[in-house]
Design a protein around this ligand. Structure first.
Ligand SMILES: Nc1nc2c(ncn2[C@@H]2O[C@H](COP(=O)(O)OP(=O)(O)OP(=O)(O)O)[C@@H](O)[C@H]2O)c(=O)[nH]1
Length: 373
């Protein structure tokens, strides 16, 4: 990608796709990637959790997907992102990868996009090869208002956006108050409903300065900070100091649980129902790929966002090279790992010796904590 006889090669546009936990990033990306306008797009998926599931859920040959796991892209794996992009350049230059037309970085739902952009655009080599196209932020109409009120990460994602997408309006069509809250944080980015969002609405944000072919990041970050400082939300507990803003995500952690034998769909769903009951509002997100006894060749995918469990979906098969197994990823605050593991053991018919089994739990789920769960 260096200057050749035909002149300098244009930098590859990079889109950062963000949005709070479970807002619908992977779902939208899967739809967009089917559009011919997005061929030769490389997707970098970052996941907050030790067991990576998103690479299974993005419907793409593994060629075009790079997964950054077990940490959030805006803090612990930021260096990995830089290495990954540098590696992509190397692979194109050595002919091991077809030239890319675009890179989409799907962040974790907890990511603050600004440090990602700063490390990307502040890197002396990467800026020769990549240019920021824009930040696309999804807001879930069903739980977006709560997330914006409670989580500074959600507010930051909205404040940074160049394009805003409202998802799940089919589940929550009344969006007036939410749009008002969004506009308080970001008055300028075009906002589109997910059903109408195509590549032309989301890509080509025009951030790049045609003279320097670089995004004017300094001005842009300044705008974001200004938008955040304007936050007058009484629930806003966000830290306005730069020193701590990007370090961690408070008490939020992820738990990964796996099970290496098929389990019945009813057991998997029963386990998730009791998890939701036990962890309540502390549980922000759950994802599961289940190896079911009923249909062992087709993984069952389950998604929960806060206390809402989305209808399960069957994938057509296990991705090549993936041994079937069940994996659950839970993200939230105050999640007790022992409780989650004991519950799974009970539903996988291998309860801890002194713990109640599945039948006892289902019999009286409200007694969970008095039973040691
Ligand atoms: N009804 C409805 N469901 C949606 C919509 N968008 C996404 N979903 C569902 O919401 C759940 C979560 O969607 P994902 O695309 O995995 O969300 P995500 O933002 O990638 O999740 P994280 O990576 O965990 O932050 C899935 O069950 C989707 O099918 C929508 O517009 N309407």
């Amino acid at each position: 990608m260096s200057a050749g006889a035909a002149g300098p090669v244009a930098p590859v546009p990079v889109t950062v796709l963000t949005g709070f936990l479970g807002s619908g990033k992977t779902t939208l990306l899967n739809r967009l990637l089917r559009d011919p306008a997005l061929r030769d797009t490389v997707v970098i998926v970052n996941e907050f959790g030790a067991v990576g599931l998103d690479h299974l859920l993005v419907e793409r040959s593994s060629e075009g997907i790079v997964e950054l796991s077990d940490g959030c892209i805006c803090c612990t794996v930021r260096g990995d992102l830089v290495d990954t992009l540098a590696d992509l350049v190397d692979r194109v230059q050595t002919g091991r990868l077809a030239p890319m037309r675009r890179v989409v970085i799907e962040t974790t739902g907890l990511a603050d996009p600004t440090p990602i952009l700063a490390s990307l655009m502040g890197h002396p080599v990467l800026v020769q090869h990549f240019a920021l196209d824009g930040v696309v932020t999804l807001v879930d109409a069903q739980s977006g208002a709560v997330s914006l009120a409670e989580r500074h990460e959600a507010r930051r994602q909205v404040a940074c956006a160049d394009r805003l997408v409202l998802t799940k309006t089919d589940l929550a069509p009344e969006t007036g108050a939410l749009v008002h809250a969004i506009r308080h944080l970001n008055a300028r980015a075009p906002l589109v409903a997910v059903a109408e969002a195509g590549p032309g609405d989301l890509f080509g944000c025009g951030l790049m300065d045609p003279a320097t072919r670089r995004a004017d990041i300094r001005r842009w970050l300044g705008e974001v900070d200004h938008a955040e400082d304007a936050c007058a939300d009484p629930h806003c507990g966000h830290d306005h100091s730069h020193a701590h803003r990007h370090d961690a995500h408070g008490a939020i952690r992820s738990l990964s649980l796996t099970h290496d034998a098929p389990m019945s769909r009813a057991d998997a769903e029963g386990f998730l129902d009791l998890l939701v009951l036990r962890f309540g509002a502390g549980l922000l997100r759950l994802k599961a790929v289940v190896w079911t006894a009923e249909d062992a060749g087709r993984p069952l995918v389950l998604h929960g966002v806060r206390t809402y469990l989305h209808p399960p979906v069957r994938l057509s098969d296990w991705p090549a090279g993936e041994a079937p197994r069940t994996a659950f990823v839970l993200i939230g605050e105050g999640l007790d790992e022992r409780v989650a593991r004991d519950l799974l053991a009970a539903f996988a018919h291998a309860p801890r010796i002194d713990a109640p089994d599945r039948a006892a739990l289902l019999d009286n789920p409200l007694s969970l904590s008095s039973r040691g769960f």
